[in-house]
Ligand binder design. Structure first.
Ligand SMILES: *Cc1c(COP(=O)(O)O)cnc(C)c1O
Length: 404
């Protein structure tokens, strides 16, 4: 182990081979073996785990909603003795998934109505979301795209690469393409390379990124060969998806290191989930472990209003409390931006604790992370020699939403 990986080493453990004691090491390390041996049905699940009645009903329901699939690597993180295990809640269906609460939707972020061509979501002025596949290595039960992902839901993902590439070539205002789905890293190296080459052939596309949970669900996929291929397409960034510190195992850390060593800047997107990470201490351990893995916490998402996710949702006040518990108390690099993806298609909106208590023409009154209050004089808009009333602008006093 090199000295970089040795730092904080005790907090990164391997869970292999766990429930697969007879799997040869060579098979275990093979991502195709991991995919072939995913836990995808009740029989396989019950061999390894005693299910609660809520889970049993959930698994049966998943067959025509969002499929269940769990890689052996990720399955081993489950504490089989603990029904409230934070890993379990993310990947094992529950009967509550069959219930639609008020305000929940099939397409909570209004993506379908923002697709100029199939598979391309163009919501912001300069960047697009490119849905390249409907498959993932494992399925998160709160998936915002469960309507199209996993192949058993109510809709099919129609992506037309040629049409999407033609749209991108034509739309010179697009400078940033985010590959998502599904998970683009499930493609073979060759298929992914072909797609990235086609994108790189479009001169105005400056910035490419891949949104993926593969390094977490299937770290075996992050081979030196894949990294060497990705490296040819810089600037290429990656957003991974870790919700709980336990997901950062030894193998995951090594996979993330490999990506970082090939020059890929890494960000993390977490979803705030009840019983998983709705706790300042858990979140602090998560963001610190992410920095040890050279991953910068990017977004913390309020859970989208996807159908059947009510049991995983947490009040927005909890998200604000978590950010407040981090900001100032720890490294700024460790603090994600908490956002709500506005229902119906408004895009991501930052949600922050209130640090500005008063802001008028003369001053800004602010408070710090300890609650101490400070004043900063506002810069006067007119120069001193021209302070006659004709040049004088009135600034309305801003309402204070949350005074300390
Ligand atoms: C999240 C998202 C993006 C990327 O947003 P950033 O804030 O730049 O990370 C782009 N398009 C769509 C439709 C998205 O949902």
């Amino acid at each position: 182990m090199d000295h970089n990986l040795a730092r904080g080493a005790a907090r990164f453990v391997s869970h292999a081979p766990g429930h697969w004691p007879t799997a040869p090491e060579k098979d275990w390390a093979d991502w195709h073996w991991q995919l072939r041996n995913r836990v995808i049905d009740l029989k396989e699940l019950e061999k390894r785990l005693h299910l609660s009645a809520e889970e049993r009903a959930g698994v049966l329901l998943a067959g025509n909603k969002l499929a269940m699939a769990i890689t052996p690597h990720f399955f081993n993180l489950i504490n089989t003795q603990d029904v409230a295990c934070p890993i379990r809640r993310q990947v094992i269906p529950r009967f509550e998934e069959g219930q639609t609460s008020v305000a929940e939707m099939a397409d909570p972020c209004g993506e379908d109505s923002h697709m100029p061509v199939p598979g391309l979501v163009h919501r912001y002025p300069d960047r697009v979301l490119f849905l390249v596949t409907d498959r993932c290595a494992a399925y998160c039960r709160y998936c915002t795209r469960s309507r199209v992902v996993s192949g058993v839901g109510e809709q099919e993902l129609h992506t037309d690469f040629e049409q999407a590439l033609a749209y991108l070539a034509e739309h010179r205002e697009v400078r940033d393409v985010l590959l998502s789905g599904g998970d683009a890293l499930l493609f073979s190296d060759e298929k992914l390379e072909q797609l990235l080459s086609r994108l790189r052939a479009i001169p105005h596309l400056e910035f490419l990124r891949i949104g993926t949970r593969i390094p977490i669900f299937l770290p075996q996929r992050i081979t030196p060969k894949l990294c060497a291929m990705l490296q040819k397409f810089h600037p290429l960034w990656m957003s991974v998806h870790v919700n709980h510190p336990k997901e950062l195992t030894l193998e995951v850390r090594e996979a993330l290191e490999r990506l970082a060593n090939h020059g890929i800047p890494l960000g993390n997107q977490s979803v705030l989930l009840a019983g998983v990470n709705d706790d300042v201490e858990v979140m602090r351990e998560l963001v610190h472990k992410l920095l040890l893995c050279r991953v910068r916490p990017y977004y913390l998402y309020q859970c989208d209003l996807i159908r059947g996710s009510n049991h995983l949702r947490v009040p927005v006040s909890k998200g604000i409390e978590i950010i407040e518990g981090l900001r100032g108390h720890t490294s700024g690099y460790a603090i994600p931006q908490y956002v709500i993806d506005a229902p119906g298609g408004g895009g991501k909106v930052p949600i922050n604790p209130e640090y500005v208590l008063l802001h008028n023409e003369e001053k800004v009154v602010i408070r710090n992370y300890e609650g101490r209050v400070f004043e900063y004089p506002e810069v006067t808009m007119s120069s001193p020699e021209k302070t006659d009333s004709s040049n004088h602008r009135e600034y309305p006093e801003l309402p204070i939403t949350k005074p300390v």
